[in-house]
Design a protein around this ligand. Structure first.
Ligand code: ZN
Length: 364
């Protein structure tokens, strides 16, 4: 009687529950236990179509072998001896997996064994032989999978953390590097020690920082304080190899500055846009707003076919890191108010006025 499973089945954890399952011919109980009839010496599956015994004549066993050890013979009708061990183990392990998936913290081995309806020791062995992983490794792998999926669909890393079921970002960060093999931000941006060239310049709106990967412009930011701009930039691309741009890069910066001063000219430089699929949809739509015009967040949401996602659209606009080239400054509130701008509302107003003046002057 080692490896007995007579106690603590997940949803059939008492004789009363088992009896209720027999009365209901509950299919969910089929692999969970068998019942034996003292008066006939026969044991059955809970779903057997045979006439049910009186309650006082029924007893419960974990499985066929256990019933047979107690002296019972299998029923000819429901053939309970054919519930394979592997099948029962798979069902036990599946229950434990569901519990792991639904829990924030890894449940204890005792809890898992109880849900699986197996002894602690037996459970660990069965779990490992069924999934190829220990329960702990399974939990880590499963969590990592959730985080990976969330990181690719959520607006922010923080959202992804919470949606993946972590309730504190500290705990998440402690585990994340191990799970993902890199920091969440780097995973998200496709990180791999990419090389980024950058340079600072001056334009009529203040200091401008331009950065580019080998794919194209990956950041344009504006500010009053060059050091502050540089710090933000280094923080954002903490895992990249940052290289001060050389002579040929100065030509790019000059073109970006020229574009700031004369937006209608357009910026014919490739962009390296990094974001979620949703953000990319929003940013793509932004690039299609003509110079000199504005639209509201609601209109933009409509335009990308997600009319109800106004807040998510606003959040995607706020996450834009390529100023001007992705003209998030052309989105305003429905009442015409400017709302926020990552690089300062003052600059947003100046940009819009400049674009408007040009349109009014009849240029193109
Ligand atoms: Zn039967």
């Amino acid at each position: 009687m080692i490896e007995t499973t007579t106690n603590s089945l997940a949803t059939f954890d008492s004789d009363e529950a088992k009896w209720a399952a027999v009365l209901a011919r509950d299919a969910a109980a089929d692999d969970a236990f068998v019942y034996a009839v003292r008066t006939t010496g026969i044991y059955c599956r809970p779903i057997c179509a045979s006439r049910r015994p009186r309650r006082e004549n029924a007893e419960f066993h974990a499985d066929g072998p256990a019933a047979e050890r107690a002296g019972y013979r299998p029923c000819q009708r429901c053939r309970p001896q054919e519930i394979s061990l592997a099948q029962r183990h798979a069902a036990s392990v599946a229950r434990a997996c569901r519990l792991i998936e639904a829990s924030d913290e890894l449940p204890s081995l005792d809890e898992l064994a109880q849900v699986a309806g197996l002894s602690r020791f037996h459970f660990h062995r069965v779990f490992k032989s069924t999934t190829g992983l220990t329960p702990k490794a399974y939990a880590v792998a499963q969590r990592a999978e959730r985080v990976r999926a969330e990181l690719l669909t959520r607006e922010t890393v923080t959202e992804a953390i919470y949606d993946a079921g972590f309730n504190s970002s500290g705990r998440f960060y402690a585990a994340a590097t191990h799970m993902l093999g890199m920091t969440p931000q780097r995973y998200r941006s496709g990180g791999e020690g990419m090389e980024i060239r950058f340079a600072l310049g001056e334009c009529s709106l203040g200091t401008i920082l331009v950065a580019a990967s080998e794919k194209g412009i990956c950041a344009i930011s504006l500010g009053d304080d060059p050091e502050r701009l540089l710090e933000e930039f280094q923080e954002r691309f903490a895992n990249a190899i940052l290289v001060p741009g050389g002579k040929d890069f100065d030509a790019w910066v000059a073109r970006v500055v020229g574009f700031v001063e004369a937006p209608h000219v357009g910026l014919s430089l490739p962009l390296d846009i990094r974001g979620t699929a949703f953000q990319q949809r929003v940013w793509q739509a932004l690039t299609e707003i003509p110079v000199g015009t504005t639209i509201s967040y609601a209109e933009l949401a409509e335009r990308i076919g997600s009319p109800r996602a106004v807040r998510a659209v606003a959040s995607a606009c706020a996450s834009n890191t390529i100023a001007l080239a992705i003209p998030c400054h052309r989105v305003v509130r429905s009442d015409g108010a400017l709302s926020g701008y990552r690089w300062g509302v003052k600059r947003k107003r100046a940009l819009l006025e400049r674009e408007q003046d040009h349109e009014l002057a009849g240029g193109s």
